[in-house]
Every structure is written in C-alpha cells, then in structure tokens.
Write a protein that binds this ligand. Structure first.
Ligand SMILES: Cc1cc2nc3c(=O)[nH]c(=O)nc-3n(C[C@H](O)[C@H](O)[C@H](O)COP(=O)(O)OP(=O)(O)OC[C@H]3O[C@@H](n4cnc5c(N)ncnc54)[C@H](O)[C@@H]3O)c2cc1C
Length: 376
C-alpha cells in the first residue's frame, strides 16, 4: 500500500460507502477530500447487520479492535413463523467461528469510519450540496440511493415501487438479549429484530401496502398503526411492539444496478451504483466491498481509466447477484397460503437434517474475501 501518494480523490457523500472509500484511498497514500451535504455527521438511529465479507474489509483497514468495541458478534440468525416457532436456524458462532458477523448501530459505524478517515488525513467538509461534478481528476459519487451524479453516467432511472412499506424503530433491549437476528414471517409481512451494543434493540417491520411512501429514511410513522398491522404475530413480537415510542417508515423501491459505472474521471460507489432492498442486509456491505476494490484497482494500475473499468467489471456482476437475491428474499419472506406451508415445511426439514448449520447456498456471498482477491 502507499502507491497512490501522487493521486488526489474527491468523494461526494460521507455515508458508509464514501467514508470507507476515503479511508481505503488515504491508507494507500492518496490525498482525499470528502464533500458532504449535511451540516454535520448525522446518522439515523438504526441498526445494521454486517456479514463476514464486509467485516474482512474493515479489519484490513485496521478497524478490527474499534469495531469489536461497538458491535455485538452475531451468534445466530433464525427464521421463525408468525407465531414465533422456529423454521430455520443458522448458528454462526458454532459453524463459522473463524469469521465475524456483527450487529452495529449505524451512527457507531459512521463515526468510527469518520474518525479513522480524519486520522488518516482525509479532509471532511460539510454543508457541500453537490449537483455537478467537481473539476478534479477523480470524483467518487457515493451520494446514496437518490444520487444526483448517477444520471450523468447511467441515465435517468425510474425506480419501481415494490408495494412494500418498511417501519423502523429502536427500543431498549432486555439486558440478557442473545446477540441473534430473528426474522418472523407472516403472509404479506415480516419483522426482523436484533439487539445492538449499548442496550438497544433494532426493529424493521415490512408490510405489503398499496399506498406508498417516499424512498427517504426519516418519515415519521404511527406506532399504533404498526402494532395493528402486526397484531397477529406471537413470540416476543408483541412485547417489542408495545415498547415502541417512535417509528419511521419508508417505501421500498426496486432499482436496476447502474449499467455504466464510470467515465474515466467520475465513478459510482455504494447505493449510487446499486441500491438494494434490505432483505439480505447487504447494502452497506456492498458499499464497503466497493470501497476496498476501487482503492485496490487504482493502486494496481496507473492508468485510471483501465483501473476504473476493472473496478466495474469486478463489482457489477457481484452486486447484480446480491440485488437479485435480496429481491427473491422479499418474495420468500411474505409467502401466504399453501406456498407458505410448503416453503416453511421444506426449511424445517433442512433444519432438522442439519440443525444450526448455515445453508451453503449463501457461501458465495459470505465467503467472498475482497482483501485476498485483490492482494495483487
Ligand atoms: C431499513 C434498512 C435496513 C438496512 N439494513 C442493512 C443491513 O443490515 N446491512 C447492510 O449492509 N445494509 C443495510 N442497509 C443498506 C445500507 O444502509 C445502505 O446500502 C448504505 O447506507 C449505503 O451507503 P452509501 O454510502 O452508498 O449511501 P448513504 O449511506 O446513504 O450515504 C450517502 C451520503 O451522501 C450524502 N449526499 C447525498 N447527496 C449529496 C449531494 N448532492 N452532495 C453531497 N452529499 C450528498 C448524504 O447526505 C449521505 O451522507 C439497510 C437499509 C435500509 C433502508
């Protein structure tokens, strides 16, 4: 590392992708400026699951110890039916003990990345609302799902409303909460919940609705409406919902992965390139992987256009596959009637045959190691 010392990069957006890219480029010697629209680092109160593929990158960037201090290590992911009965359990600690899956508050991840970037010499500037490409040699568009820079490369895109609305809330967690992510699946709706460090519990509840909400994160919702929509759920769900004082909701939209990621000077990264539905918990993970691969490609090839083409060719197929898998989960979680009975029976059978084992069908996702892959 360190061979980018003659290069400068300007990154638009100080979200998870932009900050990881800033750190990855600065660690390789580049002079990096990040331009962020918000007046200060303000992250919404919500949790994130990070899987091994993205944790490997954060470790390689030297964040392992600080990550451990603000995360819970995910012990298991369990799918349950609406009544709270186990359908399938994946014991991560038992079966993937050598790698880390973690649960983290978004604000903790953003401040950890921002502090590391600042310590690595990155110039972070706030209150910079960009709508055109700055006149510098390399611009990374990490300006999120509503990217203003993406249409300059990939044309204007009309996202498609999925008919699903998501609610998000954080409640106090019981002190003995197991560090497990649980999904409760009912017809036309599901809930995902997991605890976070600091005595909190994250809740995301997705409901099929004909009316739609804007794609933003921060529209206030009515907790009573949420409780009514999930009144038929059992297990721990009623207790969690009763504890919700404040909830936000937003519409879930499907987007195409961008067809063109760069023009030799401007390059897309994170949600700006591949917004995804949250049903595989990989949006932030993909942005973190992008950041490592982009920095490594630029480091490997002095010709910036060649490096950016390699970045696109490495990232586009993988992000397309992940986005498609998240779309498929959206359908599978909400099955109704006979399809649901059959689907759950098949998963229960697999669970009984190999209790706690991670189904191998996601090895391609979690076993990917961008650090080893781009080692040179
Ligand atoms: C409910 C929900 C749950 C999720 N759960 C998970 C999960 O468990 N695991 C996971 O990996 N992912 C998850 N994600 C996805 C993840 O949050 C996103 O994919 C990730 O934040 C994308 O990072 P980004 O840096 O590309 O964009 P963002 O984090 O959105 O950052 C974009 C930044 O750009 C700034 N910006 C925008 N426009 C401009 C402009 N014109 N000029 C300057 N700055 C600008 C914004 O202010 C913002 O700071 C979830 C998403 C949702 C909605």
């Amino acid at each position: 590392m360190g061979s980018l010392s003659d290069r400068t990069a300007t990154i638009v957006g100080a979200g998870i992708g932009g900050l990881t890219a800033a750190l990855a480029l600065a660690r390789r010697g580049a002079r990096v400026t990040v331009l962020e629209r918000a007046p200060a680092l303000t992250e919404v109160g919500a949790g994130l699951q990070l899987s091994a593929n993205s944790v490997r990158v954060l470790d390689a960037l030297g964040l392992g110890a600080s990550l451990d201090a603000v995360t819970l290590r995910t012990a298991a992911v369990q799918l349950n039916d609406q009544q709270g009965r186990r359908v399938l359990r994946m014991d991560l600690l038992a079966h993937r003990s050598q790698v880390r899956f973690v649960l983290i508050h978004r604000a903790s991840l953003v401040s950890l990345l921002a502090e590391a970037a600042a310590a690595a010499g990155v110039d972070l500037r706030f209150g910079q609302d960009l709508d055109s490409v700055p006149d510098v040699p390399l611009v990374v568009a990490a300006d999120g799902v509503k990217s203003r820079l993406r249409p300059l490369l990939a044309g204007r895109e009309v996202p498609f409303f999925t008919g699903q609305t998501a609610w998000r809330a954080v409640i106090p967690a019981k002190p003995d909460s197991a560090p497990e992510a649980h999904v409760f699946m009912g017809p036309g709706r599901h809930i995902v919940s997991y605890p976070l460090a600091g005595g909190l519990r994250n809740i995301v509840a997705v409901e099929e609705r004909r009316d739609w909400q804007d794609e933003g994160w921060s529209h206030p919702g009515d907790p009573d409406q949420l409780r009514a929509a999930f009144a038929g759920f059992g297990g721990p769900v009623p207790g969690w919902l009763a504890a919700i004082g404040q909830v936000h909701l937003w519409g879930l939209f499907r987007h195409e992965v961008a067809t063109r990621w760069h023009d030799g000077r401007l390059v897309l990264l994170g949600d700006a390139a591949h917004p995804t539905l949250p049903f595989l918990a990989q949006g932030a993970g993909m942005a973190i992987e992008d950041a490592w691969v982009l920095a490594a490609c630029l480091d490997d090839d002095a010709d910036q256009g060649v490096a950016l083409s390699r970045y696109q060719s490495l990232r586009q197929p993988r992000t397309r596959r992940i986005v498609a898998a998240a779309n498929a989960n959206a359908r599978n979680y909400h099955l109704g009637g006979a399809k649901r009975l059959l689907g759950h029976a098949a998963l229960r059978l697999a669970d009984r045959a190999a209790p706690g084992l991670m189904p191998g069908r996601f090895d391609w996702l979690y076993d990917y190691d961008p650090v080893a892959d781009l080692a040179g």
